[in-house]
Every structure is written in structure tokens, then in C-alpha cells.
Design a protein around this ligand. Sequence first.
Ligand code: C5P
Length: 309
Amino acid sequence: MKKIQFDCIILLYTVYKTAVIFLDTIKIKSRAKINLTLDVISKRPDGYHNLEMIMQTLELGDDILIKKSGGGVTVKTDAAGIPSDGRNTAYKAASLFIKEYGIGCGVEINITKRVPAEAGLAGGSGDAAAVLKGMDALFATGITEKELLRMGAEIGSDVPFCIMEGTALAKGRGEILERLAPCPKFYVVLAKPDEGVSTADIFGSLDAGSISWRPDSRKVIKAINEGDKNGVLNNLGNVLEEVTAKRLPVINDVKAFLNLHGAGGALMSGSGSTVFALFNTEADARAAAEAAKKEFMFKDVLVTETFNP
Ligand code: C5P
């Protein structure tokens, strides 16, 4: 009897990559990212900027449950202030998937948020990436990664990287990706000032002609290839940091504080406002996070680690 029950359970679910499918429902994790480098190369006629950045996936992520429904898309999250309508990236991803693949039913999406919003951590982009991958598995559409990346780029510049995960060099809007060797493992403290920033606002205030110092992504790639942690730490850089720190000077204070509390290096991620700091041991990361919590009293001070699939 026990054996039959066990066989039934085995029949009822299939493990698909990082997702668990159970009949008409799939549970999938989305993951946050940080930028080890971010350089703005030029402004484009379409209003976007050409970038060069080294992106790294983090273990920290949201849990996403996608359930087949009668029709339409509904999104619920457990976090205040996150829209659940067409402004939500998960909603956009599900609607695009249903439209492009002629899916005959709808989906209900439930998101347990752990990645802060307006943080430069691709919280929204990661959710969109997970919905695309999750719906591909749930509806057994068997889409190629190239096609998933194309759909992702329609939703947002960071979505293709969130689909790919790992360590990558991103160019263009962020959608031209070259997979890199896995970055050496770091424990990561994320300290997000309570005030977030809008990516569009930060790019809008950037004067691309006045950038005085740029990170050298080639040096970081060399260090990654050689497993040289110090080489990575010594070459972190983000040209948007100065722009965002003009609005939120606390970003400079957080960086200095985390460097003083044992970080190998600290930098703002993406367009901000999160500052990340890299550590060799979890104990050092946790100690610095505790100190930062007391000092700055931010709602979000988190400890995670780099993730490579
Ligand atoms: O692509 P995404 O919707 O995430 O971008 C948000 C905003 O950030 C864009 O509307 C644009 O103002 C700015 N952006 C940019 N250049 C990029 C990516 C984003 O100017 N490469």
C-alpha cells in the first residue's frame, strides 16, 4: 500500500531544473543580482544607454507559485507597495507568454517577496524571468533559451540575465550576454537605504560626458578566470554610484562603514539604492550586517551569497 502511494506521488510531480511541478501548479525561485562592474558607454537614440557590466546572481530570491486558472492573469504578493496589475513585471511576463504561445487558460501568480524593490537588485526582473521559465515548464512548451531571452528583453533590460543566471558580461541595453566562468564564492551583505530610487530617474540624471572614472571589466574577467578574489575586489566599480549618491549621500556612508567592518570591497548595485559588500566568510558577513543594522536602522540589511548554477 505504501509503495503504491509512493508511486502515485512520483507520478504526480516532476522536478524541472529548479522548479517543482505539481499537477497544475509550479513553484519556482527567482534570484537577485548585483553588478560587480557597471559602465555606461553611450546614450542611444531609443532613450536607453549602452552599458558594459559584469553581473552576478545571488542566492537570495523570491518564491513564485504559478497556478493554471480559468482565464486572465492575477498576481498577488505579500509585500506592500508592489503593484499587482500590468505594471508588475511578473504580470507582464505571464501576459506575454499567454499571448505569444496561444495558451488557452490563465494563471494565478503568488509571490513571496524577499528581494527589496527599487534596490538595484533586479527584484522585478528576476520575478519576470522566473515566470517565463516557470510557464515554459508548466505548459511544457519546450521553448529554446534563445527564445526565452528574447521575450525577457521585451519586459526589461535585466530580465535576460535573470533567465541565464550565474556570472556574465552584459552589453547593449543589458540583453547582450556572454557567460563568464563562475565568480569565486563570496558572502554578500546587502544594505538598502529605506528610500529606493527609480532606474529611469537615475539614468535620466546621468551626464554621460562627465564620467571621470570607469571600471575596467576586463580586469575583473581576468581575475574571475584566475580565481583571484582580490583581483575582483580591487576592480569593483559602478559609474551610476556617484549619480545616486548625490540624491542619497548615505550610500557613501554605508560603503565606508562596511569597508571598515571587514568587507573586502563594497559598491552600489545597479542604479541603487542597495550597497553590497563582499566577504570571505559567512561569520564576517553576519557580524558586519548586524553592525550596519544598528548603525543605519534600515529595514533591509540582508546576508546572502553568490550563486552559480
Ligand atoms: O529596461 P528597464 O525597463 O529595466 O529600464 C528601466 C529604465 O532604465 C528605462 O526606461 C531607461 O530609462 C533606463 N535604462 C537605460 N539604459 C539601459 C537600461 C535602462 O537608460 N541600458
